[in-house]
Ligand binder design. Sequence first.
Ligand code: PLP
Length: 365
Amino acid sequence: MARINDNFLKLKAGYLFPEIARRVNAYSEANPDKAGDLIRCGIGDVTEPVPEATRKAMHEAVDELGNRKTFRGYGPEQGYEFLRTAVVENQFAGLGIDADEVFISDGSKCDSGNILDIFGPGNKIAITDPVYPVYVDTNVMIGNTGEAGENGAFEGLVYLPCTAENNFVPAIPEEKVDLIYLCYPNNPTGTAATREQLSAWVDYAKANDAIILYDAAYESFIQEDDVPRSIFEIDGAKDCAIEFRSFSKIAGFTGVRCAFTVIPKQLTGKAADGSEQPIHALWSRRHSTKFNGASYPVQRGAEAIFTDEGKAEVAELIEHYMGNAKLLREACTEIGLPVFGGVNAPYVWSVARRESIRGACLIKC
Ligand SMILES: *Cc1c(COP(=O)(O)O)cnc(C)c1O
């Protein structure tokens, strides 16, 4: 009989969101009179339609595919240069990131999980607690952890507690770790990391030869001027960080699917023989072997959010979701709950009777 990957059996609790959906369905069935009024604060899905600039660009791209002269088949696995250039010019201007360091994909969830393919066994992995469950589960699947304990924590992972006391940015660990997952602005707590806090992490990573896996899916929701938008705004980050970004939340792309990962060419990791190897080359090899490029109309649609029309539409979307966050913040405050986040991210976090409440504001209020 074919052997399975036993690591999957460690994931007893299942993925969080199907479990939330199961409970919501059970509640709705038991309370049919309330089902229509439920505000779903589980998975952070968007509710607002895809911007017109994007739809227009996608329509045109589809028409190009219908004409033999402009038809395109397989595109470059790394993504079309028009999109990689637009990303660099619009989102990394002045940070010294090259279009060649951007890898377009069909989602940050996949990228942040797949990235483990290029790292070897034996790495010490630090994750924040609470955390986007993808980081934990993908480490379990690939065999980087032991079993889950009573409290659900996996043996072998270094959990970095994020609490109201540390403003949901974890303390630098005393032990040495090799890979660190950071997500700011944060899902699920909605908090942002300051320049000083990120600088401390970059200093730690450089001193310990660690790599920071920085998830900036919510970068566009940042409202305050002094909050860094990219880990690459921090001196030295190009020696120790990978950044993940996605079009999902900023432009209604959760169903359209487009994201990207930035890997500086100077970033290295250690091979078994002790030699230093560029991470960019490994990911390039991985990406072009296991991925065949995001769809052409989708990449044209993503490019369009950087036009003047697209930027204006995205700004409106952000304003809408941040308005939802404000409503949730105010509602929590009104009923006497402590509330965090919702200022630079569309998430708010509250704590009641020792149970945490998370609220994803990507909902229609
Ligand atoms: C929504 C989200 C993403 C984006 O995932 P996609 O696969 O690009 O839709 C990435 N990271 C976090 C923390 C998220 O909440």
